[in-house]
Design a protein around this ligand. Structure first.
Ligand code: AGP
Length: 612
């Protein structure tokens, strides 16, 4: 997500902040900015583009100030523009904020501040509201004012505030978004990530949710929501710069796999209402009438996003009762699909820049279809050209192999399916509640699936897999697209040839390849077809194949029939792909590591495929 750096001390702040922002560049961003004190005023310099571009905008006077805040933005609310870049300031310019996270009630706060204080907002961001809210309550004490203001804010935030009246003070607040204080000698730092601090200090104190901090060159003080002082442990960071960028993990891919619970939580945020037992996608400005008359849906995507689309098809057909076709974008654009304006196209693209997907989008629009984009990048080409966009809030994905973006694409598709079902009256209130409860349980269940014990189990299994050049992934129904995704991931990063096969299709040819010890990953999570899948497993067993099953803890009989088993928490059939893909990601990851492959940047592949 976005990056934050703050400094207060005796050094010239500019170079310290610029250097800190550069250390956060690996996370991905689209604009950057800084704010410094000058003659009792806070001066902001910010622009869309790189930190190097920002550096060029700083003139010499900017380089004389001793405290300031900096930010790299990865757009969420509003595209990457100069105005939407951080820092944001209050109307008088006396309060400046940099913020990471999402302010859920920003619309209500905006409305109130415009009506009660006549505030005119300059940007489209949710963050700007914080600067105005703090000014609205400002009573001369920045720390107590920030505490008061933040008590009205819902959502996630790592926030650093500077006020023109106290040039060496930074006030910080944290809720569900990381903020770390770096402790120096006669100077102190704050950052959203450890890499931004490491060249200056290894002594850190990590803020917890609901805490506030007051930072001056001499002192760091922390407080709880009530304003009571909090004693914090000081940690000595031993990571080197590279390990720090990966959050202490060996690879971005593993870091991103481990971030999936949070990514799912963020993507669900404000879109599900547990009390009402409903999904709320009114953010999409399609009329209910338009959606209820949709005759057919075309899902267009590539690679991993295509696999998400296959699951989306099953979810939409079963929940909303609309026929869905799923196309690999490079095929869609060169076939002759029967398109008409009563249909809806859904394009799925993590990057939002994939050339084939974009061409599919354009073709659908040219035939009069409305287009809904599911993407992870605000301001991407896909998001700009689609009629409506449903963002996945996975944060930047750096490893070429898509993991957290994929899982959030599934979440977006379940939301769309349930929302369409509600509008069309095909989903009973009881089923809608069951889906909402199931979706909200996923972050906790993902954590379980990612436990150290689970990872060790998979790592041990990979010791067998690593010696083979071929492997099969099999499954039926919703397990089949997950098998496809598992096979793709293994190929992509470990260079083992992996084939996904609908379990019932084995006997029609691929069975000829099964030999003693050949690794076969069997996905067996669907109650409705469990017996069928297990009889296909028996057929593999009979030919000597070594079956590793991914199943659910309520299917406890599976372990007797296979060599090794991975149990997922009990969950309703339709949502299992969100959990069952995780062991396949880990299989690919640990096998690639064991084979000494370049995990984050596999050979011949690129993160964003902008050519045909
Ligand atoms: C996934 O691991 C791959 N790197 C690849 O299949 C990817 O999903 C595909 O290129 C589509 O990318 P997009 O989501 O950015 O459009």
């Amino acid at each position: 997500m976005c990056g934050i750096v703050g400094y207060t001390g005796t050094r010239v702040a500019g170079p310290v902040l610029i250097e800190g922002l550069k250390k956060l560049e690996y996370r991905g961003y689209d604009s950057a900015g800084l704010a410094f004190h000058e003659n009792g005023q806070l001066i902001i310099t910010k622009a869309a583009g790189s930190v190097a571009d920002l550096e060029k905008l700083l003139d010499d006077k900017h380089k004389t100030f001793k405290a300031g805040v900096g930010h790299t933005r990865w757009a969420t609310h509003g595209p990457p523009t100069d105005l939407n870049a951080h820092p944001h300031s209050s109307a008088s310019g006396e309060i400046v904020v940099v913020h990471n996270g999402i302010i859920e009630n920003h619309r209500a706060l905006r409305k109130r501040l415009s009506e009660e204080a006549g505030i005119e907002f300059r940007s489209e961001t949710d963050s700007e509201v914080l600067a105005h809210l703090i000014e609205y309550y400002f009573d001369g004490d920045l720390l107590t004012t920030v505490r008061r203001a933040m008590s009205e804010v819902e959502g996630s935030y790592a926030l650093v505030v500077a006020g023109s009246k106290q040039p060496d003070l930074l006030v910080c607040a944290r809720q569900a978004s990381p903020l770390i204080i770096g402790i120096g000698e006669g100077e102190n730092f704050v950052a959203s990530d450890i890499p931004a601090l490491l060249t200056h200090t290894r002594k850190t104190c990590i803020m917890d949710d609901g805490e506030f901090a007051s930072i001056t060159p001499e002192k760091v003080e922390l407080f709880d929501k009530e304003g009571l002082p909090v004693e914090k442990e000081i940690f000595e960071i031993t990571w080197d710069q590279e390990a720090a960028e990966k959050g202490g993990y060996d690879h971005f891919m593993l870091k991103e796999i481990m971030e999936q619970p949070d990514a799912v939580r963020e993507t669900l945020r404000q879109r599900v209402d547990l009390e009402a037992g409903k999904v709320d996608l009114t953010e999409l400005e399609f009329s209910a009438q338009e959606l209820s008359k949709t005759e057919r849906i075309f899902i267009i995507a590539c690679g991993t996003a295509y696999h998400a689309g296959l699951i989306g098809k099953m979810a939409i057909e079963s929940i909303a009762g609309i026929p869905v076709e799923v196309d690999v974008a490079s095929e869609f654009r060169y076939r002759d699909p029967l398109l008409n304006p009563n249909q809806l196209a859904i394009v799925i693209s993590q990057s939002g820049e994939t050339a084939d997907t974009l061409a599919g989008l354009r073709m659908a629009r040219s035939k009069g279809l409305k287009v809904l984009a599911i993407t992870n990048v605000v301001g991407s080409s896909v998001s700009r050209e689609a009629d409506q966009v449903l963002y996945t809030w996975a944060g930047p994905e750096i490893a070429v192999a898509s993991t957290k973006a994929y899982v959030t694409q599934l979440i977006a598709l379940y939301l769309v399916a349930t929302y369409l079902g509600q509008i069309r009256g095909t989903v009973e209130p009881r089923q809608s509640l069951e889906l909402v409860e199931g979706l909200l349980a996923l972050p906790g269940q993902l954590k379980q699936v990612l436990s150290e014990e689970s990872r060790t189990l998979i790592k041990n299994y990979c010791e067998h897999l690593v010696n083979w050049d071929n492997a099969f992934f099999i499954g039926r129904n919703l397990d089949y697209p997950v098998a496809m995704e598992g096979a793709l991931k293994l190929k992509e990063i470990s260079y083992i040839h992996a084939e996904a096969c609908a379990a019932g299709e084995l006997k029609h040819g691929p069975l000829a390849l099964i030999e003693k010890g050949l690794p076969v990953v069997a996905l067996a999570t669907q109650e409705a077809v469990l017996d069928k899948t297990m009889s296909n497993v028996q057929v593999v067993n009979a030919r000597g194949g070594a079956v590793f099953a991914i199943t659910r803890e309520d299917f406890d009989d599976v372990s007797r029939q296979v060599e090794a088993v991975f149990y997922l928490p009990a969950i309703i059939d339709i949502l299992t792909p969100v959990l069952s893909v995780v062991p396949t990601q880990l299989i690919a990851y640990y096998t690639a590591v064991a084979r000494g492959c370049s995990v984050d940047k596999p050979r011949n592949l690129a993160k964003s495929v902008t050519v045909e």
